[in-house]
Design a protein around this ligand. Structure first.
Ligand code: FEO
Length: 394
């Protein structure tokens, strides 16, 4: 246990070994943490638990440090397994303990565990007195599940924000002023890009609502990664920017290739963009981490996507990325497609169609090259990049 503020303890778990989260969907190069908090006031409240594989150590540690029977109430801000996964084991030990959660939270807990525990359904503004402190609940539906809420600890001025403002980042330290800032913001942005992008409109309105409350916030303690205690509002400001169709003005040139022809096209297109003063980042989709590619798309003002043609279709890694970006609902990003082929040459048109379906603004018809591109062909690709840059500025 670590006391993060007077009477508020971090009782979570650091998962140093985690390399993929949400099954295999989200890469976690720096591991993760499942942050659970215990508030030891006149009453004791436990806020969230940890992922299922860690349930025994988690419960044993709390029992040793505080005594399980002394817990007066449990708050479940979010029912996904990484936060509610230890609930079944915990409730075997203290079955009558009230659980505070949203209406959707109770339904989801029942759906996951098939138990009808002592649920106390809360709405925004509802509160529980602990003695000196009070817990005030704020519903945050679809950020990022229908059940989500945050818990604000009055008196301590701590916002227990659950997934919001979190990062998949295990570190020797718990606080934002102690860790490498580049790593911290890289992981926070990756988390936003890959998980919260589809809900950006809701993020903005919820941030406005929370700011409008004018409550003092000394600390934002999410359920993953580092706790924001030094200028905690800096991550709120970042979320405001990220939720506002964020980009850094660059172009991501993404390709997959069988024998290198599409790669040559990608590099020439990037040269054309650079000729016109645009920053281009070239990534091989086939060899790059999927979530890192998504993060680069998030940071880009435009994407140009290329694939070789195979069996009348596109390469599988490109198909996967196009499927993911459709669900993420990026807004206000320009796009174009390209690709090489041997005989039928469908890939650029397929990529272009998928980009349109994903909500990208395709600025110009795709370009394709048969077999290995000649120097002249590559000049055409360079010109394609230059034209694309001009259209972006038009
Ligand atoms: Fe960290 Fe939505 O779970």
């Amino acid at each position: 246990m670590i006391e993060i503020k007077d009477k508020i303890f971090w009782v979570g778990v650091k998962d140093w070994e985690l390399r993929h989260f949400h099954g295999e969907e989200y890469s976690t190069h720096r591991g993760s943490t499942y942050n659970s908090y215990l508030i030891k006031d006149q009453k004791i409240a436990l806020v969230d638990t940890v992922w299922t594989p860690f349930h025994e150590d988690f419960v044993k540690q709390i029992d040793q440090d505080f005594g399980l029977q002394n817990i007066d109430l449990i708050v479940i801000n979010h029912t996904e397994q990484d936060h509610a996964g230890s609930l079944l084991y915990l409730m075997e030990k203290i079955p009558d303990t009230p659980i505070y959660c949203t209406k959707n939270g109770a339904a989801m807990i029942k759906g996951h565990f098939h138990k009808d525990w002592n649920f106390n359904i809360v709405k925004t503004g509802d509160s529980v007195d602990l003695g000196e402190y009070k817990l005030v609940f704020v519903e945050t539906p679809m950020l990022h599940w229908p059940d989500n809420m945050a818990t604000y600890v009055t008196g301590a001025n701590v916002l227990l924000s659950n997934d919001a403002f979190g990062q998949h980042y295990a570190s020797p330290y718990l606080f934002n002023d102690l860790v490498d800032q580049g790593e911290l913001f890289q992981e926070a942005l990756k988390y936003y890009a890959n998980i919260l992008t589809p809900f950006s409109k809701l993020v903005r309105s919820k941030l406005k609502e929370i700011k409008g409350l004018n409550i003092p916030i000394d600390m934002i303690a999410p359920s993953h990664g580092i706790i924001w205690r030094d200028n905690p509002m800096q991550i709120v400001e970042k979320y405001d920017q990220w939720a506002d169709n964020y980009n850094e003005g660059t172009v991501a040139v993404l390709y997959d290739t069988m024998w290198g022809a599409t790669r040559k096209m990608a590099l020439s297109i990037a040269r054309g963009l650079e000729n016109k003063g645009l920053g281009a980042k070239v990534l091989n989709i086939g060899t790059s981490d999927k979530n890192d590619v998504i993060t680069e798309i998030f940071k880009s003002k435009a994407v140009i996507v290329g694939s070789s043609t195979i069996n009348g279709g596109i390469l599988s890694a490109t198909a996967a990325i196009l499927e993911v970006i459709k669900g993420l609902k990026f807004k206000e990003k320009a796009a174009a497609a390209f690709g090489s082929y041997g005989w039928s040459g469908e890939s650029p048109v397929i990529v272009e169609k998928r980009l349109v379906e994903a909500g990208f603004n395709v600025l110009m018809p795709s370009i394709k090259m048969k077999y290995d591109p000649t120097d002249e062909n590559l000049k055409e690709c360079e010109a394609f990049g230059e034209t694309f840059a001009e259209k972006m500025r038009a």
